[in-house]
Design a protein around this ligand. Structure first.
Ligand code: NAD
Length: 298
């Protein structure tokens, strides 16, 4: 039997429509819209394309958006001063600094200079701490994990008491999604295991999972026989495995052997078109939340 596909492309459209409607309501009632600034240093083509997509999406949902491009040789002090300017700017609710930054700039120092109440990426240590505490403390959950949790909720998968196994322990996916799934609340209350490169028997852990979340960055790491029949499989991996000769575009593969896994899983995310589209969507949601916190309506 073929698994239900959880399509990030469709969920993205639903959420962006919800955000657009809420932005219009807030504009009518309070006379303001969320403001998002994206700071890009230099001309890295991948960074330019990410920033362009963020700005385009912000525009689509009715935000005020600023793309602030700085020369590759900007000094660290000048970049910190720029962040300070946006920290103090009342019309800005979200500040993004596109990483990686040039070598002469300390990424960590720059990201930590963002006001935690405008850190819509959710990477500032204050927001990481808030996420760990959970409940009302959480302001901005990091976007990819937030997208994963939202997909699980919208697919109607029961999480309470479920065995969740997370493959990968990175700070941007593995650790935060594991933490989110074990908190009290909607789309959570799960029993969580994190597995990684030093785990002794990866397959045995995966086989126990009612919900298997894979963020390793290894194509086809998860074999079909590791999947519990009927499990929900969330494949976060995005691996470039070649180039399409006709289109010249990269061929992408996830961390799960999709074709075989979909015959065993109850539901599964495809790659591409699964988790990928959710990250920028949740960034928009965090920026809207930031304005709502400021207005006291969240
Ligand atoms: P990372 O390299 O920082 O972390 C990978 C983790 O997987 C590590 O903790 C490592 O211990 C674990 N791992 C690697 N190989 C393993 C193996 N053979 N067995 C067990 N564990 C193993 O990567 P990341 O930033 O967390 O990203 C993971 C994947 O998710 C990548 O493919 C990345 O491109 C993708 N990703 C997608 C999105 C998105 O779709 N929006 C966002 C972030 C990351």
């Amino acid at each position: 039997m073929s698994a239900q596909l959880i399509k990030g492309t469709e969920i993205r459209e639903q959420i962006l429509e919800e955000i657009t409607a809420e932005v219009a309501q807030i504009k009518e009632k309070h006379g303001v819209v969320p403001g998002l600034v994206t700071i890009l240093v230099g001309e890295n083509p991948a960074s330019i394309s990410y920033v362009t997509l963020k700005i385009k999406t912000a525009h689509r949902v009715g935000f005020t958006e600023i793309q602030d491009t700085q020369p590759v040789d900007i000094s660290e002090a000048d970049l910190l001063a720029l962040i300070d300017k946006y920290n103090k700017d009342d019309s800005i609710n979200g500040i993004l600094v596109q990483v990686p930054l040039p070598k002469h700039i300390d990424d960590k120092k720059v990201l930590n200079a963002i006001d935690p109440d405008k850190d819509v990426d959710g990477f500032h240590p204050v927001n990481v701490g808030r996420l760990m505490i959970g409940g009302d403390e959480v302001k901005f959950p990091p976007c990819t994990p937030a997208g994963i949790q939202e997909m699980i909720i919208r697919a109607g998968v029961e999480t309470s008491g479920a065995e969740v196994v997370v493959v990968g322990r990175s700070n941007i996916v593995g650790k935060p999604i594991a933490n989110m799934m074990l908190q009290k609340g909607k789309g959570a209350n799960a029993t969580v295991t994190i597995v990684h490169t030093r785990t002794k028997d990866l397959a045995a852990h995966c086989k126990r999972a009612d919900i298997l979340i894979v963020a390793a960055g290894v194509p086809d790491l998860v074999k079909p026989e590791w999947i519990k029949p009927g499990a929900c499989v969330i494949d976060v991996g995005v691996n470039r495995v070649g180039v399409n000769e006709k289109s010249g575009k990269a061929i992408l593969k996830g961390d799960v052997d999709f074709d075989a896994a979909k015959e065993i899983a109850g539901c599964i995310t495809p790659v591409p078109g699964g988790v990928g589209p959710m990250t920028i969507t949740m960034l928009m949601l965090n920026t809207l939340k930031s304005l709502k916190f400021k207005l006291g309506i969240e």
